[in-house]
Design a protein around this ligand. Structure first.
Ligand SMILES: Cc1cc2nc3c(=O)[nH]c(=O)nc-3n(C[C@H](O)[C@H](O)[C@H](O)COP(=O)(O)OP(=O)(O)OC[C@H]3O[C@@H](n4cnc5c(N)ncnc54)[C@H](O)[C@@H]3O)c2cc1C
Length: 594
């Protein structure tokens, strides 16, 4: 029996700091570490020998020998249980492999990510024994690739509004009609995990509910041509047109009307996996930036000695450290769920995706800027990486705008058992949230604000611990204030939601970084290693981690202070009017000269 524990992130909204969930920083078991390290090494070697990212980008396809190599390495079965022929890796190890894929090639990462983190994950979690036996071995070997098709021409972020229908047929399962507009792996997939509206009988009459369906490639389903894209060009992306396709009841995934749950729980893991991809790509960019800065001279000196270039490299490293800490802490929370406890991680995976995708975008622009002209040329990797990086704030699991709403509204909805009652409002945050806010206002207002105390950090991170405690206190005060001030209208207050989400994302990243750097410092203490490096020498790992953590916390707390001030002093109304002017008149009717 697992015990349901409140989420770390959601608890922050009530001023609780559940440090037992984040300390000590999670580590893979010795066995999993050895397996993961071997796999990462084999993957790197395979990439060196066989993966030509420029060719993949230019030809807009992954060559068959590369796909074959990926199958041999077991990449298509990363997280599929060993009983079905997969590698059976946990979340931390799976993320480390996605991280490695991101370091190698975005197209490979999107292909494997969609197949394993979305489609196979959905089947593993929600499939019946028969469905698992039938599909998982082929998915694990990569003999069959899978897609995960939700988005339609008229239903993007608002996934609940999909129009594809699966109409029940007397005694013959369902008849499917409709189309999907963005299907990763569409041109390669032998199995589509797709979502459609179905009639579900209720005492008060039939209602439409989303159901998940497993559709083998077959007559009636037409895969559109490959979409030409900005980035990850080697990954297959097509539309899917379904006309009069019959499906039996045994093809339902997660039961009749259970599709929204399948979708939500699956994309939770998808968000984290693709956040891990961002880490690897950012690491590649930092390596390229440092190589360039430490080898090119201008004005008689190396670029790397210039303050503005140092600032860029340091920011990339600091932000990468924080995003990495967040991703692997969240993966650890998911892995700990298999050890008899059940911690909700929806808010943390959403934070991971926003933080990592935006970190990667900054890294791509900064690395490109350091390379300057070379950064703009297509015989260097920067422009491809910049194009690839654009994807992750859109796909998968919601755009970063929608994820910010999700983080804020989920957090504001309160922890623990209240989530069950608020589930509907959370699923449709922009429609139903106002109904529940008023009941929460009293609870939040009356909560006894005992100051959250962080105790398990390393003593050398005392200042950062205080910054975290201060931020939690301010966040709780602000949550109380905005709920009292805006009440049910908070659901429409996106400027406020964005601020709440930004504070929480930075706060979670500070907590994750302090936990991780503390672990490194405690390990160093345990080794009895107190030596400081000589001037100019390389710092040991723990000291470097300390610097990165302190650097991130200092910047994050600066951003948080600014954001908190803007809760009360801002130009929101002015900005809304300016946007309305653009909508109502010509978007920009001015010409400064004529
Ligand atoms: C390369 C690629 C591969 C993809 N693969 C798949 C796939 O395999 N399966 C699949 O189902 N989908 C896939 N997608 C689709 C992707 O999931 C959608 O693009 C994404 O969900 C956004 O939907 P949309 O493009 O219709 O944008 P829209 O929903 O129309 O959003 C447009 C803009 O409005 C903003 N916005 C929308 N709603 C809100 C809100 N409530 N509050 C604030 N801002 C809002 C968005 O953030 C965005 O900036 C893929 C997309 C790409 C680019």
């Amino acid at each position: 029996m697992s015990r349901n524990l409140p989420s770390f992130g959601k608890s922050l909204f009530f001023g609780d700091l559940r440090e037992e969930l984040i300390f000590p920083f999670p580590r893979l078991s010795r066995d999993e570490q050895a397996r993961t390290s071997k796999l990462v090494g084999e993957l790197a070697e395979f990439a060196r020998q066989q993966v030509d990212s420029n060719a993949i980008d230019r030809d807009e396809r992954i060559p068959e020998p590369v796909l074959a190599g990926m199958r041999r390495l077991g990449l298509f079965g990363l997280n599929i249980p060993t009983a079905y022929g997969g590698l059976g890796l946990g979340a931390g190890a799976t993320c480390r492999l996605f991280d490695a894929l991101g370091e190698i090639d975005g197209s490979l990462a999107v292909t494997v990510g969609t197949h394993t983190a979305l489609s196979a994950r959905a089947l593993t979690t929600f499939g019946s024994d028969d469905q698992k036996r039938r599909y998982l071995p082929k998915l694990a070997s990569g003999e069959t690739l899978a897609s995960f098709a939700v988005t339609e021409p008229l239903a993007g972020s608002d996934a609940a509004s999909i129009r594809m229908r699966a109409e029940p047929q007397e005694g013959h399962g369902f008849l499917l009609n409709g189309s999907k507009s963005w299907v990763s792996n569409g041109g390669l997939a032998g199995l589509h995990v797709l979502f459609a509206q179905t009639h579900v009988a209720r005492a008060a009459g039939d209602v439409d509910r989303i159901s998940g369906l497993l559709i083998d490639q077959g007559p009636g389903g037409i895969v559109g041509s490959e979409r030409r894209k900005l980035g990850v060009r080697g990954s297959s992306t097509t539309a899917l047109y379904i006309e009069e396709v019959r499906a039996s009841g045994s093809q339902l995934l997660g039961g009749l009307g259970g599709g929204f749950k399948v979708l939500m729980e699956t994309i939770n893991f998808g968000r984290l996996s693709f956040a891990a991809v961002c880490l690897g790509t950012a690491r590649t960019l930092l390596r390229l930036a440092v190589q360039h800065a430490t080898s090119r001279h201008q004005f008689g000196r190396l670029l790397s000695t210039l303050g503005m270039i140092k600032e860029k490299c340091a920011s990339m490293a600091v932000d990468l450290y924080a995003a990495e800490s967040v991703v692997y802490l969240t993966a650890g929370l998911i892995d700990s769920n298999s050890h008899g406890r059940s911690v909700d991680t929806t808010l943390e995976t959403a934070c991971s995706k926003v933080l990592a995708s935006e970190m990667l975008w900054r890294a791509a622009t900064e690395a490109s800027q350091i390379a300057a002209g070379c950064g703009y040329a297509n015989d260097y990797p920067y422009e491809r990486l910049l194009r690839d990086a654009r994807l992750y704030s859109v796909y998968p699991g919601g755009t970063n705008e929608v994820l910010r709403c999700y983080i804020a509204l989920n957090g504001l909805a309160g922890p623990g058992e209240q989530l069950a009652r608020l589930a509907d409002a959370i699923k449709f945050p922009l429609r139903g949230y106002g109904l529940v806010v008023e009941t929460l206002v009293d609870k939040v207002r009356n909560a006894a604000y005992g100051r959250a105390i962080l105790a398990r950090h390393h003593p050398r991170l005392k200042r950062e611990a205080v910054l975290i405690e201060d931020t939690i206190e301010s966040l709780t005060r602000e949550v109380d204030r905005v709920l009292r001030r805006h009440g049910r209208f908070i659901a429409e207050m996106q400027y406020v939601q964005r601020r709440v989400a930004n504070v929480v994302i930075d706060l979670y990243a500070m907590c994750a970084s302090v936990s991780r750097a503390s672990a490194a410092l405690y390990q160093k203490d345990a080794r009895g290693d107190h030596a400081m490096p000589e001037a100019g020498g390389e710092l040991d790992r723990a000291e470097r981690e300390l610097r990165l953590c302190v650097g991130f916390c200092s910047r994050a707390s600066g951003r948080i202070t600014e954001t908190l001030a803007r809760f009360t002093q801002n130009d929101d109304e002015l900005m809304k009017s300016i946007a309305d002017d653009c909508y109502i008149g010509r978007p920009y009717p001015f010409d400064a000269v004529l």
